[in-house]
Design a protein around this ligand. Structure first.
Ligand code: GLN
Length: 540
């Protein structure tokens, strides 16, 4: 679409104000008006992608259909819009520099000095326009990571400044700031916003709209003040009040008129209201649960909730679909042992064992799985969680003493989980896992089939290790069904127990595909089974 419009979202005063959610909410409103929208995140760090970052540093690494390892904000974009993102939706400084340096080595710039301006900024601009040039979108929303004033954000702000002139009338800049409440004075303060906008102006960028994150409602007087000092009309000062849930934000932005303001600036019709009927229904269910259950999330990064962002949000979607509130009990897998497993997990109606890498906490995960299996508590294992379920079953049911994954013990006598064949020749860490969407064939008559109701599904992956097919026969003789298989490589993708109310493990990551419009069926069913379990235990 030659008419693609570009919306840039920058942040000031502090980080973590919710640029991702504001971008996703605005996108949702525009989408509900019938426009096609995509959102892109530009991250100013030097890693090529967050795939090699420790979750403690950066939270979850979100994986797209095409196998890009990306920032967790892309998860929000997909959950809000229900449309897939791709590699092009996440750009890092590392990637920008890598491609400029590659071009230099190829001789593309022969004779010229390669510089931040124009070479780096040109690369950034081309990455922004790449999505618009697909012709698929009416709007491309580009969120600039970091905070205005950060040294590493400078080339991005400069690229936006240039683009805005090149595409006059096609761009809108939204600046998100903090309006803090000073308890001692009992007042909201606009000065940090004024300073932040000044900083942006010093860099040559005038925001069109200022979104103010605040804990207290702003008066008209305050809006007027920000308007006066920051060169925007009062209607372009938008309040973003702290909300009960991130899913409230589209409605809050609608009330504040953010979508209308954007459309006005772009000379597009802004009458009528977006159709958010389904969203409203979801919120209604979310806020009026008929029941509450507790589910344990067993993982090693539980101190940082962002490490499990998509899993947590999938439970929000699945909870609303079941009209129940899912309370998560975060259990540090490293602390779980046979002596305390009952104490740590008693009272929960379901146990989810999380994905992960490395040996730390694995024995605790295996212990938690044994507890779920023996006590017939609904269980859901994702990726490493599924692999741990395989190990647990091998050790404690099939009697394969010392069974393990070769990720943890290379000399294990029973390598029931082993490095995938095509991983054996790989030495580098970045972007080398089995990543992105792969098909999986489901066996009729299994729980997996019952959930999906189809023969072939497609789910996203991020792993190097896999169920070892040498053990297929041994497992199938036991109580474990291998209910989902990759048809091309014959890899086991889903396992389940036949004589257990709900014990399912997936090698893939269903959490990456759960959205407000399409809660993931495996999560919906798991929560449903947890509700059933709770009801049954209440009878005793
Ligand atoms: N560490 C395991 C593997 O690489 C599991 C990965 C995961 O849980 N995402 O196969």
């Amino acid at each position: 679409m030659d008419n693609t419009k570009y919306i840039f979202v920058t942040g000031g005063v502090a980080s973590s104000l919710g640029k991702g959610i504001i971008s996703a909410s605005l996108a949702r409103l525009l989408q509900a008006r019938g426009y096609s929208v995509t959102i892109q995140k530009l991250d100013p760090y030097i890693n090529i992608d967050p795939g090699t970052l420790n979750p403690y540093e950066h939270g979850e690494c979100y994986v797209t259909e095409d196998g890009a390892e990306t920032d967790l904000d892309l998860g929000h974009y997909e959950r809000f819009l229900n449309t897939p993102t791709s590699q092009a939706n996440n750009v890092t400084t590392g990637r920008v520099y890598q491609s400029v340096i590659d071009k230099e080595r190829r001789g593309d710039f022969l004779g010229t000095t390669v510089q931040v301006i124009p070479h780096i900024t040109d690369e950034i601009k081309s990455r922004i326009r790449l999505l618009g040039n697909t012709g698929k979108y009416d709007f491309v929303i580009t969120e600039i990571g970091g905070t205005v004033g950060d040294i590493e954000s400078l080339p991005y702000v400069e690229a936006v400044r240039q683009l805005r002139w090149e595409m006059l009338g096609y761009c809108v800049v939204i600046h998100l700031t903090l309006v803090p409440y000073l308890a001692a004075a009992g007042e909201l303060k606009t000065k940090p916003t004024q300073h932040s906008v000044k900083l942006l102006q010093e860099q040559g960028l005038q925001p069109d709209i200022i979104v103010c994150r605040t804990s207290h409602h702003m008066s008209q007087g305050m809006r007027n003040k920000i308007s006066l000092f920051c060169n925007v009309p009062p209607t372009s000062v938008i309040e973003s009040i702290d909300a009960q849930t991130i899913y409230d934000i589209p409605f809050l932005m609608l009330e504040e008129g953010l979508d209308r303001e954007v459309l006005h600036k772009l000379n597009l019709p802004a009458e009528g209201t977006p159709d958010l009927t389904d969203w409203a229904r979801f919120l209604e269910n979310l806020k009026n649960p008929e029941r509450q259950i507790e589910i344990a999330l067993v993982g090693k990064y539980v101190e940082l909730k962002d490490a499990y962002k998509s899993i947590i949000e999938s439970f929000v979607h699945a909870g609303a679909a079941n009209k129940c509130k899912v309370q998560l009990r975060f259990v540090q897998s490293e602390a779980v042992a046979s002596e305390n497993v009952h104490e740590m997990l008693s009272g929960v109606s379901g146990i989810l064992v999380a994905p992960g890498f490395g040996r730390r906490g694995v024995e605790g995960k295996i212990e938690a799985i044994r507890y779920a299996r023996e006590n017939k508590i609904p269980f859901f294992g994702i990726c490493l969680g599924m692999q741990c379920a395989v190990i647990e079953f091998a050790r404690n049911v099939l009697g394969f003493t010392g069974a393990c994954s070769t990720e943890f013990i290379s000399e294990t006598p029973h390598p029931v989980v082993d490095l995938m064949e095509d991983q054996k020749k790989i030495s580098g860490m970045g972007g080398t896992m089995r990543l992105g969407a792969y098909p999986c064939q489901l066996k009729k008559g299994t729980k997996a089939y019952e959930v999906y109701q189809k023969d072939t599904i497609s789910e996203r992956h991020r792993h190097r290790y896999e169920f070892n097919n040498k053990y297929i026969e041994a497992f199938e003789k036991g109580d474990m069904a291998l209910s989902g298989i990759n048809p091309n490589e014959n890899l086991v993708e889903i396992i389940e127990l036949k004589n257990h109310p709900w014990f399912v493990g997936a090698q893939f990551h269903p959490e990456y595909k759960s959205t407000v419009a399409n809660p993931h069926p495996l999560f919906v069913r798991f929560v449903g089974e947890a509700l059933k379990y709770e009801k049954n235990t209440e009878l005793f």
